[in-house]
Design a protein. Structure first.
Length: 383
């Protein structure tokens, strides 16, 4: 049921169709984040209308609340949240190491206290596979050891090698669970770690590909504090090391320029909370960068956020009205900006696919990045 069919390339940009049990996803694709089985403030129908093909949910958060067994008993994530398209679940590794209190790492797994109620919990590769099985997503991620982006080589090697050992355990448990219920198809993606160290990234990618025929690959441990050039350099390394006939998923990256740079380095899938989080805080993505709708200069601005955008927000409402909603603390404002930002990234990826298919992506993306960076530098007050 899982297939990855490349339809076109332009430079290192790839257009493809990733087929899953819940339908196909055209890539490159941006996946909005529904951490707790909801993309904050947005209805699944709105997401589908915006062109979203695949959503992300989080195993850590859903295990704590409402509980992965409850989600299983309710028919799995698709039924629970009424989303009929593909879903990917992150294993919760990042959240365990960033949100949980008193985190303790051993070879067996990670002990931690819930950030919600302080209760003692433990994640192991095996328990995370069971949690993700209960949630029932199409694509599930291995449990990995996540560290800060600027960690030294020794720390990065330790975490990367532990992640590889945990991957072997994840795969064994994943296969055991699949034998119990072969009708529930799930693709387990390994995660390439290694910090900002080229040799470690290359070693991890080589080791992972030597462990088996994976249906796709995650690229983790980036966009966690390292400089942008370092992230792009690691993507160059991973692009060379991974098979070309499988999807690559860059985890936790979702700003427009980073999406463009990722596609230019062979990445197919992205996710990030940025569009909805920034929308809730009054910031909108536009072709020239970003707009803070609270700015006083928008008080009587009759224009839409983006005159080239066809989303419901831009089709119906002025900048002045959106500013009013935020200054009056009306809940409609964050909803409208979140919807626009998701639509903006989805449409950007659609344009990327079109230019890859017609062979102009390399030149078009270079022009886009030059224009984006020039406008960003010349208009700092709007960003």
């Amino acid at each position: 049921m899982f297939r990855f069919d490349l339809t076109a390339t332009s430079g290192r940009g790839r257009a493809a169709v990733f087929s899953t049990p819940h339908g196909p996803v055209e890539t490159p694709a941006f996946m909005p984040v529904g951490t707790l089985a909801t993309v904050k403030s947005l209805d699944p129908t709105e997401l589908k209308t915006a062109g979203v093909g695949m959503l992300l949910a989080n195993a850590y958060h859903l295990h704590l609340r409402p509980g992965d067994e409850l989600v299983r008993d309710m028919g799995g994530l698709h039924e629970f949240m009424r989303w009929d398209g593909p879903i990917l679940t992150d294993s919760g590794g990042f959240q365990v190491f960033s949100l949980a209190k008193l985190c303790t790492v051993t070879e067996d797994g990670v002990g931690f206290r819930s950030h919600i109620d302080g209760s003692t919990r433990r994640f192991t590769p095996e328990s995370v596979m069971q949690i993700e099985r209960n949630l029932g997503a199409d694509v599930i991620m291995q449990f990995d050891h996540v560290i800060p982006g600027q960690s030294d080589s020794a720390t990065s090697r330790d975490a990367s090698e532990r992640s590889l050992r945990w991957l072997a355990r994840c795969r064994k448990e994943h296969e055991r669970l699949a034998q119990q219920n072969p009708e529930q198809e799930q693709a387990l993606f390994p995660i390439v770690q290694g910090g900002i160290h080229s040799d470690l990234r290359r070693e991890a990618a080589t080791a992972i590909t030597g462990m088996g025929d994976w249906l796709g690959f995650g690229i983790g441990g980036l966009s966690v504090g390292e400089a942008k050039p370092a992230m792009y350099q690691m993507l160059d390394v991973v692009d060379e090391a991974l098979p070309q006939d499988r999807p690559r998923y860059l985890m936790g990256v979702g700003f427009p320029a980073d999406l463009m740079e990722g596609v230019r380095r062979g990445v197919d899938m992205f996710d990030c909370v940025a569009p909805t989080r920034m929308g809730r805080n009054g910031t909108a993505f536009v072709p020239e960068g970003r707009i803070n709708v609270r700015n006083a200069e928008l008080r009587a601005d009759t224009r839409p956020l983006d005159e080239s955008c066809s989303c419901p927000t831009c089709s119906r409402f002025s900048r002045a009205y959106l500013r009013h909603l935020f200054t009056a603390d009306e809940m409609l404002g964050p909803r409208l900006l979140s919807l626009h930002n998701v639509h903006f990234l989805v449409q950007l990826m659609r344009k990327v696919r079109e230019t890859i298919q017609d062979g102009t992506f390399s030149a078009w993306s270079s022009d886009w990045l030059e224009r984006h960076n020039t406008l960003k530098a010349s208009a700092p007050t709007a960003l």
